[in-house]
Design a protein around this ligand. Structure first.
Ligand SMILES: [Mg+2]
Length: 196
């Protein structure tokens, strides 16, 4: 089992100037490690659609790397997106699936197929260019640089320890990067792209 923040620290070191789109609880972990918040777009208000939003960015800006931190519960809400992404085949898209087995945002209820679903297998059969599965940090750390240098679309499934949200957390997050809202993030990303 992988600690989400330790995994994200590895990705942050390799990120360069990539746009990062974290879903739901992944945003809390990513906001804690990101050094380029203006290129982060937390899509917490659109559960399940994070991957579709990231696909749109990847297609519109093919010269930019785009990294998704999807959740297992989020991806299950929009599983057809795997086929759409594979069909559009953006070489600049890296689709991480944080497979913690639960809906962490709403308190840790088990997702369907928690111990059963092979997300890397789903990516492979959908037609992703590359597909990987990791259940320990050392293996991921060894391969991460190579994975992010290959042409995508690439699915990277990671078995992680759940970071379940507790009611007292929201107040503590006020004013931090983890509390950044999606409309503000999109506005800042468009400024980054010189579109406004
Ligand atoms: Mg989950």
């Amino acid at each position: 089992m992988i600690d989400q923040v330790e995994m994200m620290q590895i990705v942050e070191k390799l990120r360069d100037n990539a746009v990062v789109v974290p879903a739901m609880r992944a945003n809390v972990g990513w906001a804690a490690v990101s050094n380029n918040v203006a290129r982060d777009v937390p899509a917490s208000g659109a559960m399940g659609k994070t991957n579709s939003f990231a696909l749109g960015v990847a297609l519109a800006r093919p010269e930019e790397k785009v990294i998704i931190f999807d959740g297992d519960g989020s991806l299950l809400m929009n599983l057809g997106a795997l086929v759409t992404i594979a069909n559009k085949a953006p070489k600049n898209l890296y689709h991480f699936v944080v497979d913690n087995g639960v809906y962490a945002t709403t308190g840790g209820q088990e997702v369907p197929g928690a111990e059963q679903t092979d997300y890397a297998g789903l990516g492979q059969s959908a037609g992703y260019a590359h597909s990987y599965s990791f259940d320990n940090l050392e293996d991921f750390a060894t391969q991460a640089e190579q994975i992010l240098s290959e042409a995508g679309p690439t699915l990277i499934a990671l078995k992680t320890i759940p970071n379940i949200r507790y009611p007292e957390e929201r107040a503590a997050r006020q004013g931090t990067a983890a509390a950044r809202r999606t409309p503000q993030a999109i506005t800042e990303l468009m400024e980054e792209f010189g579109l406004r």
